[in-house]
Design a binder for this molecule. Structure first.
Ligand code: C2E
Ligand code: MG
Ligand code: MG
Length: 278
């Protein structure tokens, strides 16, 4: 179609597509080197029990410390890691790094803390995920219960049969399993009882608009009631204001993660934050 509009337009499009493909290839190559060059870092965001004000754990969130472009957020490179399959190797690095950090905090006396780690579907498809996880835990002398694996509805839907099998295996081994970004995907509510979740994370999209927006407030209320009925641990994501905190607490959802308590922090900053708060 571009060609119909004349030679110049066609050339313009071809150039643009070429530039895009080139940029993408460059990025892919840079990402391949990033692991060896130690350019990935984990930041840790506290999860707080707002009823007591005490931290109960952290979520590990990856960033790319790019030599020229600075700190690159995961949304800019996780999709490429997933497409190329590099996410499996990077995911192993994430697990190792997060568990080493957690073991360090436990040794320093903060031994009640848990660590939540995000898993992508590619990591699930690979056989031996439970064994890999158990080996990593043993290496750091940690119990499976301190690790919470976060998966999204999208991951669940990729391959329901094999995901069910793996999740059941992980659940029997004692790992925590959280359904991340709950309410934004396409999974059926019956999945909540079909899969062995221990935690439900209420998506920031709902939390953002409470208590002002009546629809999102009603949805949040329903999610909390359902989670309580199913005896799931509930964590509200993206809590930014005192008003949101008070409202969620009133519903009986006391575990929270959000800028109100802290942004994701470097390992050193998270340790300082812990020292300040407990
Ligand atoms: P997520 O797992 O839902 O993580 C929560 C995101 O919300 C994080 O964004 C966090 O910085 C942000 N957030 C937390 N509290 C607030 C708040 O109060 N307000 C606002 N506006 N945002 C808040 P981040 O770090 O950019 O991560 C984005 C997504 O990238 C994550 O969403 C997760 O799906 C993915 N991701 C991060 N690390 C990893 C990883 O190691 N492996 C995989 N597979 N995915 C990862
Ligand atoms: Mg998450
Ligand atoms: Mg989330």
């Amino acid at each position: 179609r571009a060609k119909e509009r004349g030679g110049n337009t066609y050339e313009f499009y071809a150039e643009e597509i070429g530039a895009h493909a080139e940029k993408r290839l460059l990025l892919e190559n840079e990402l391949r080197r990033a692991l060896n060059r130690d350019e990935f870092v984990l930041h840790y965001q506290p999860q707080v029990d707002s009823a007591t004000g005490r931290p109960c754990g952290f979520e590990a969130l990856i960033r790319w410390q790019h030599p020229e472009r600075g700190l690159v957020p995961p949304g800019d490179f996780i999709p490429i890691l997933e497409e190329t399959g590099m996410i499996v190797e990077v995911g192993d690095w994430v697990l190792q790094t997060a568990l080493r950090q957690l073991a360090d905090w436990h040794r320093r006396g903060w031994d009640g803390l848990t660590m939540a780690v995000n898993l992508s579907s590619r990591q699930f498809e690979r056989s031996g995920l439970p064994e890999t996880l158990e080996r990593a835990l043993n290496e750091h002398g940690l119990d499976p219960g301190v690790l919470e694996l976060e998966i999204t509805e999208g991951t669940l839907m990729q391959d329901v049969a094999s995901t069910t099998f793996t999740l059941q295996q992980l659940s029997r081994s004692g790992f925590g399993i959280a359904l991340d970004d709950f309410g934004t995907g396409y999974s059926s509510l019956s999945y909540l009882s079909k899969f062995p979740f221990t935690t439900l994370k209420i998506d920031r999209a709902f939390v953002r608009d409470i208590p002002g927006d009546p629809d999102h407030t009603a949805i949040t209320r329903a999610i909390v009631a359902m989670g309580q009925g199913l005896r799931l641990r509930l964590v509200a994501e993206g809590v930014e204001t005192e008003e949101q905190r008070a409202f969620l607490n009133g519903l009986g959802c006391s575990l929270m993660q959000g800028y109100l308590y802290s942004r994701p922090l470097s390992a050193a900053a998270a340790t300082a934050w812990l020292a300040d708060s407990v």
